[in-house]
Design a protein around this ligand. Structure first.
Ligand code: GDP
Ligand code: MG
Length: 202
């Protein structure tokens, strides 16, 4: 069985020069403010407040690093979660946005240890232009050893019909609820497989 047995907040960085050495495979979490990035990290690692989840959108301006240990069939695997600053919050000024984009772009394109980009999208708004733009951007900078996984959050806000439509429209994406903890185990297994090319016993 696959579990995250250890997770630890390491540091917050403002830009690539403050980032940790590239010594672990990294999972970069990206998405609009308030989409559920912090909640997803907490759900994945089974912690209440490892990543500070806030109901005030747009607060996170830093790149947060969390080192995690996977336990797969009694063997340990080490990786790192990189919580990227949320984008697309209307109240951020244009100049602030520009600075943010520049340092984030530098970080994303130069950070070779990123192996998986997780793009979180709100399942109630699957076709937002800003999300499409980020997806195209990631597609354009993605290296051969990197993958992009789309995960829809807040599945608990959809009815059964809404869920089936989403699954049909996005067959490769995952649908989760951080609130109800649904789909988290599947997400964990998928992330592990993509990082370590290995499956764990259920
Ligand atoms: N109903 C529901 N609410 C969620 C879910 N995930 C996050 N939230 C709520 O959405 C708000 C923003 O979540 P947060 O994790 O801070 O988003 P972040 O800005 O992307 O880090 C908080 O009020 C969370 O409780 C979910 O799956 N379902
Ligand atoms: Mg957050």
């Amino acid at each position: 069985m696959l579990k995250i047995t250890n997770c630890e907040f390491i540091v917050s960085a403002q830009n690539i020069s403050q980032a940790l050495p590239e010594d672990l495979s990294e999972i970069a979490i990206i998405g609009r403010s308030n989409v559920g990035k912090s909640s997803f990290i907490n759900a994945l690692t089974n912690r209440k407040n490892l990543a500070k989840s806030s109901s005030t959108p747009g607060k996170t301006r830093l790149i947060n690093f969390f080192d995690i240990t996977f336990d797969c069939d009694k063997e340990k695997f080490f990786a790192r979660i990189v919580d990227l600053p949320g984008f697309g919050y209307a109240k951020v000024s244009k100049s602030e946005k520009k600075i943010w984009q520049k340092s984030l772009n530098e970080f994303i394109t130069k950070r070779t240890s990123i192996r998986l980009f997780i793009l979180l999208k709100d399942s109630r708004h699957p076709n937002m232009v800003i999300d499409e733009e980020v997806k195209s951007y990631l597609d354009s900078i993605k290296r051969a050893d990197q993958e992009i996984l789309t995960i829809f959050t807040k599945a608990d806000k959809l009815n059964q019909k809404g869920k089936s439509v989403l699954k049909k429209d996005y067959p490769n994406a995952l649908l989760i609820s951080n609130l109800k903890k649904s789909g988290i185990d599947l997400a964990l297994n998928k992330i592990f497989e993509k990082l370590f090319f290995k499956r764990c016993e259920k």
